[in-house]
Design a protein around this ligand. Structure first.
Ligand code: ADP
Ligand code: ZN
Length: 607
């Protein structure tokens, strides 16, 4: 019922009101018709004032016509109407009319077609508006009933019967699976656990970035234990009407208890479980009630209720403490982004249904996809298959995978974007700048270049992709500064070669600045000291500025700016020194559009 105005019945309701209005208006026009009694009519006819008569010998016999009358001292012609008491009366009027030679005619016994249509429409809209009210009433009662826990029709099927998953379908995340294994055992064989007096968690909080496989893990857990899987999303509980969310939570848990043992999965629990604060506005009240209801349900489980509630979040830090307290979601399972081995395993799982050419090495694809999560990897395999099909190949090969990785990470190729020769040249130098700086700062921790291209893709006109040789867990200050240097390498090359600068580097600066700010404000890597200065946010997550004094803010800004300037000057020096290689790489790019790691190395090592 949130979007009442989008409901067709809503409009029909207005249509009905409109017809009522029109009907009323036409009624009010009737009032200008002079109503006469039978005697008055006879008198008027005798006096010769009546000019024409229509007879309506219908169920409601009447006579209408035109007559002269006095109005404000003038003689005017008006319509009149007389209700006739019976056929005899009608006949006498007709006789008199003949006598007095007054024109008359007898109307057909049916009402004019327009009136019929009008009446039909009126009836139809009336019926529809009844339907409308009935609809509202129904929705309201069912909501009220759900709130009371009575009616189960509103939204109670939380059960997800789609294909069953097992831990086999989840690649990597071994630690998470191990943590969950215990719960599988409990669900399969609760007697063992209660015999020892062990305590099984009621609530498990899964923490991990979107797409890392939290839903998949929970589903697989249900599959392993062979119990039903019920799922809901946190945002689903946030409704306009206060109390509806809580009612849904109640419905969810009622269903869970009915099909226990089972798994209840609540995705995006942070939507309802944010820290509680000052109550302003209905949405907030609603969230609080919903959260309270979840807590009540969790607390209400007795030791032998075989319902395990799994909640997933990306941001455990914003969750209300009440939610993660002992006895509630106290078991935390981290679902990290996969490392290179994990990525390979995930790729293998998804490549099962896809024909692969012999030149595809998923180990290399895994290396190629640093930073991607399970959902991205599933997407890469799928895209590769689609690309291969589009190219009419029998199996997806290395090139298809390479294209798929670029597409998933950078967006689709923009074939329609036609760059001018000048733009192409600038882009070639810009990307060569990034790549050269990366290659010349290898000893300072910059990652080697994996690919450089000037084929526009997504929002970018070209890109330079670096790949770490191993998965990184820590970054040194020098590595971070090298990253910043690579970021500004594009602009430095433009300035050096073109003698002017373009708008193409805005994203690079954004990234460079954010790395530097983090180094200063959160990582204690500058003279601003080891204190952490964070952006503060209010209850709704809106930024309220930096948590620092004005003086400190100025200091931070100064450090960031000075460091960036210093790095930029340094980068310009590097590029100037290797100007010949910069030209060589830009020319190679203009010629071939894409260079891979080998091509780049060749250019770097040439003399
Ligand atoms: P989350 O709930 O963490 O946002 P999902 O569980 O919805 O992520 O994952 C989305 C999809 O990504 C899954 O359906 C699956 O195809 C794929 N996926 C994610 N992680 C893995 C994994 N570890 N192994 C296999 N596939 C995965
Ligand atoms: Zn750039």
């Amino acid at each position: 019922m949130r979007k009442t105005s989008g409901n067709p019945l809503f409009w029909l309701f207005w249509l009905f009101l409109f017809f009522m209005l029109v009907q009323n208006l036409s009624r009010s026009r009737d009032i200008s018709v002079k109503q006469l009694s039978g005697n008055e009519l006879t008198e008027a006819m005798q006096a010769g004032k009546v000019q024409g008569i229509n007879f309506y010998p219908t169920e409601n016999p009447r006579v209408t016509g035109k007559m002269q009358t006095e109005f404000n001292g003038k003689t005017v012609v008006v319509d009149f109407e007389v209700q006739v008491v019976g056929a005899a009366h009608l006949e006498s009027i007709r006789k008199l009319a003949e006598e007095k030679r007054i024109q008359y005619n007898t109307a057909k016994p049916n009402v004019p077609w327009f009136g019929t249509l009008f009446n039909l429409l009126l009836i139809a809209s009336f019926l529809l508006s009844i339907l409308f009210f009935w609809f509202i009433f129904k929705a309201q009662t069912s909501q009220i009933n759900t709130i009371r826990g009575g009616n189960k029709k509103f939204r109670t099927t939380f059960k997800d019967n789609k294909e069953k998953k097992t831990f086999q379908d989840v690649a990597g995340c071994d630690e998470a699976k191990e943590e969950l294994q215990e719960i599988v055992e409990f669900l399969k064989n609760p007697a063992v656990f209660s015999g020892v007096g062990g305590h099984i968690p009621k609530g498990v909080l899964m923490i991990g970035a979107p797409g890392t496989g939290k839903t998949l893990l929970a589903k697989a857990l249900a599959g392993e234990a062979n119990v039903p899987f019920l799922s809901a999303t946190g945002s689903e509980f946030i409704e306009m009407f206060v109390g509806v969310g809580a009612a849904r939570v109640r419905a969810l848990f009622a269903e869970a208890k009915a099909c226990a043992p089972c798994i209840v999965f609540i995705d995006e629990v942070d939507a309802v479980g944010k820290k509680r604060g000052v109550a302003i506005g209905g949405g907030h009240d609603e969230r609080e009630q919903t959260l309270d209801q979840i807590l009540t349900e969790l607390d209400g489980f007795s030791g032998d209720t075989k319902v395990i509630v799994i909640a997933a979040t990306n941001r455990p830090d914003v969750l209300d403490e009440a939610l993660v307290r002992a006895g509630r979601f106290d078991r935390h399972v981290q679902v990290p982004k996969p490392d290179v081995r994990g990525r390979e395993l995930i790729l293998k799982v998804h490549a099962k249904g896809v024909k692969l050419a012999s030149d595809v090495d998923l180990t290399i694809v895994a290396k190629d996809t640093a930073g991607m999560v399970g959902a991205d990897l599933a997407n890469v395999v799928n895209e590769a298959a689609l690309i291969a099909a589009r190219r009419k190949k029998a199996a997806a090969d290395k090139a298809d995978f390479s294209e798929a990785v670029d597409k998933v990470s950078m967006g689709p190729m923009r074939k329609s974007t036609k760059l001018t020769d000048k733009e192409k040249k600038i882009t070639a130098y810009h990307e060569s700048g990034h790549a050269l700086v990366a290659m010349f700062l290898r000893d300072k921790g910059a990652d080697p270049v994996h690919k450089v291209t000037i084929i526009p893709r997504g929002p970018a006109l070209g890109f330079t992709k670096q790949l770490p040789e191993d998965d990184r867990h820590l970054y040194t200050r020098q590595q971070l500064e090298s990253m910043v240097a690579v970021c500004v390498g594009g602009r430095a090359a433009e300035e050096l070669v073109i003698g002017d600068v373009t708008t193409g580097a805005s994203n690079d600066f954004l990234k460079a600045t954010s790395i530097l700010r983090k180094m200063v404000c959160e990582l204690g890597m500058s003279e601003a000291g080891l204190v952490v200065y964070r952006e503060k946010s209010d209850f709704w997550g809106n930024s309220t500025g930096m948590d620092a004094s004005q003086k400190t803010k100025e200091l931070i800004e100064r450090i960031v700016k000075e460091t960036l300037d210093k790095i930029y000057e340094n980068v310009k020096v590097i590029l100037q020194e290797h100007r010949a290689k910069l030209d060589a790489m830009a020319n190679a790019l203009l010629e071939r559009e894409t260079l891979d790691a080998k091509d780049v190395l060749e250019i770097i090592n040439s003399d």
